[in-house]
Design a protein around this ligand. Structure first.
Ligand SMILES: [Zn+2]
Ligand SMILES: [Zn+2]
Length: 143
């Protein structure tokens, strides 16, 4: 793949481009993602930070401790509130891109449901997707 993908927030003030293939595609059911998104889970791709850049606008940042204890920066549009990506203090080389902000999110191929220990009972999950109570082994970064 390695093509350049573009995306942005709901109001269009913030735009980004991302090159480089996703290293991990997930659906996170942790409570932080539920609160930040206002819904059951967040669909995200970990993409190389080196290939990710904001090309328009100046998003706001919210710094908090994740369930993992890591510091996590949630980056969002200050005008419309769209959550765009997260970055974790322990993995500055990766960006956790919110898939729904891509101009074309149809290429998302989920590899795992993570933090299913805090998934809501009304949250339907595809039984064919691997499930992990928290992080999958070897992928213990992010929040
Ligand atoms: Zn916006
Ligand atoms: Zn989460």
């Amino acid at each position: 793949m390695a093509s350049v993908r573009t995306g942005g927030c709901l109001c269009g003030a913030v735009r980004y481009e991302s090159s480089g293939d996703p290293v991990f595609s997930l659906q996170c059911h942790c409570r932080d993602c539920q609160r930040a998104s206002g819904t059951a889970y967040v669909a995200a791709e970990r993409v190389p930070a080196a290939g990710f850049r904001i090309i328009a606008g100046a998003p706001k940042r919210h710094l908090a401790k994740a369930d993992s204890g890591n510091e996590i920066t949630r980056v969002f549009c200050g005008d419309c509130g769209s959550a765009i990506y997260v970055q974790v203090s322990t993995r500055p080389d990766l960006v956790g891109l919110r898939v729904g902000t891509l101009d074309d999110p149809s290429g998302f191929r989920v590899e795992a449901d993570i933090f299913v220990r805090s998934a809501q009972p009304w949250d339907y999950m595809n039984p064919d997707v691997p499930k992990y109570p928290a992080y999958p082994p070897g992928k213990s970064y992010g929040g």
